[in-house]
Design a protein around this ligand. Structure first.
Ligand SMILES: NC(=O)c1ccc[n+]([C@@H]2O[C@H](COP(=O)([O-])OP(=O)(O)OC[C@H]3O[C@@H](n4cnc5c(N)ncnc54)[C@H](O)[C@@H]3O)[C@@H](O)[C@H]2O)c1
Length: 366
């Protein structure tokens, strides 16, 4: 199998937000593809963290800095001269946006403008994938999936910060970047992801495995709420496929893409917790405790329409819901039982995912 036509091999790849959940998986995957990875992050956001558990700092070149500090970031970008940049640095937690609204706006909007400033002054060839969120869409709470040309917006600060990041990208694209023949750029929007190695607060899988590792039930506030659960490798395969298409074909230049799960991945929170319990070897009837406590107003279900990614990139998600749940449980059991090399386990899970994508004839995994 040749992953992504080997375009990442020996390339310099800068990942902002590389110490976070998605950033750690992306780093591991790109290292597996033979890339030279450079990271830019303000901190290691959780304890424990996948970044530290996998010992990623030793395998890459790391710079700690604040994405709101334009000079510091632009100097680092110019020093690295990356062939590819993936921008993931963000204040990514919805509940934190209620306690720290100003910092959320600054990191997500000014941080994105900083990256645009670096890109618009690039003098070498670079391919950029800028990650925002499904929350960038103005959620009008309809039943249909959102398409890439639907309105941006958001009533809460987190959604607003992501919508504003999108407008920032759009204006830099039209004013500067589209006139630069040496720059290719795409925008990626995905929804909530789950996977091993996440320890962020207020995420259901994280609360679940923490409780199960202490042989306790997990408290959930909205058991009947449904979410389209997708493994973190699914959108990451979309980000990498988008980078490949930009690099090889340029037909997608300047465009935004949704990367979401299949409709049958949508299950209730209770179902997900019980399925993790079964894989964990726990009694599923003792896995859940329902509380009425709702700390903040969450937007209703937001679905992504992914027809564009299928049509232009021939991309679709790969894992079934059952495979997703099993992969997650295996990863956390490996961590909490303490007898696995988590770097090897993560690499094996990426290989499994690649094999499945190959069987499903995904063009990036032929
Ligand atoms: N995890 C999800 O379910 C999900 C869903 C949709 C979109 N996203 C988006 O994907 C991206 C990555 O999400 P994640 O879950 O890995 O987040 P995370 O919270 O695990 O990691 C955030 C990363 O950004 C860095 N960072 C934060 N503030 C910074 C600053 N001021 N300067 C430099 N670095 C800073 C942190 O150090 C960390 O590396 C974000 O843009 C997020 O909004 C995530």
């Amino acid at each position: 199998m040749t992953m992504y036509n080997q375009i990442f091999k020996d390339k310099k790849i800068l990942i902002t937000g590389n110490t976070g959940f998605k950033g750690s998986w992306l780093t591991t995957w790109l290292l597996k593809c033979g890339a030279k990875v450079y990271g830019y992050s303000i901190d290691v956001p959780t304890k424990p963290s996948m970044f530290e558990v996998l010992g990623l700092e030793k395998q890459i070149k790391q710079c700690y800095g604040d994405i709101r500090d334009k000079k510091h970031f632009v100097d680092y970008y110019n020093e690295v001269q990356p062939d590819f940049i993936f921008h993931l640095a963000a204040q990514a937690i919805v509940s934190t946006s209620y306690s720290e609204p100003f910092d959320t706006i600054a990191t997500n909007v000014i941080g994105t403008a900083t990256v645009m400033e670096a890109i618009r002054q690039t003098t070498w060839n670079v391919t950029a994938v800028v990650i925002t969120s499904d929350k960038a869409y103005d959620n009008v709470e309809w039943i249909w999936g959102y398409r890439e040309n639907d309105a941006m917006g958001g009533k809460d600060v987190y959604s607003g910060s992501k919508g504003a990041a999108e407008l920032t990208i759009k204006s830099y694209w039209h004013s500067f970047i589209k006139h630069m023949p040496n720059v290719k750029m795409g925008v990626a929007r995905a929804g909530n992801v789950i996977g091993g190695g996440d320890w962020s607060c207020d995420r259901i899988v994280v609360d679940t495995v923490k409780a199960f590792s202490n042989e306790m039930a997990v408290e959930i506030r909205s058991p009947k709420a449904t979410r389209p659960w997708q493994h973190v490798l699914e959108p990451l395969s979309g980000y990498l496929r988008l980078a490949q298409a930009l690099y090889e074909e340029s037909i997608t230049n300047g465009e935004a893409f949704n990367f979401g799960p299949r409709a049958e991945q949508t299950k209730t929170v209770k179902q997900l917790v019980e399925d993790i319990a079964v894989n964990w070897g726990m009694d599923k009837d003792k896995a859940v405790q329902v509380t009425g406590h709702v700390p903040f107003e969450e937007a209703k279900l937001l679905k992504l329409n992914c027809d564009k990614a299928l049509a232009y990139l021939n991309w679709h998600s790969v894992l079934s819901y059952e495979e997703t749940v099993k992969m997650i449980t295996d990863w956390y059991l490996g961590y909490y039982e303490g007898d696995s090399d988590l770097l090897i386990l993560t690499q094996q899970q990426i290989s499994e995912f690649e094999k499945e994508a190959n069987l499903q004839k995904q063009p990036w995994a032929v």
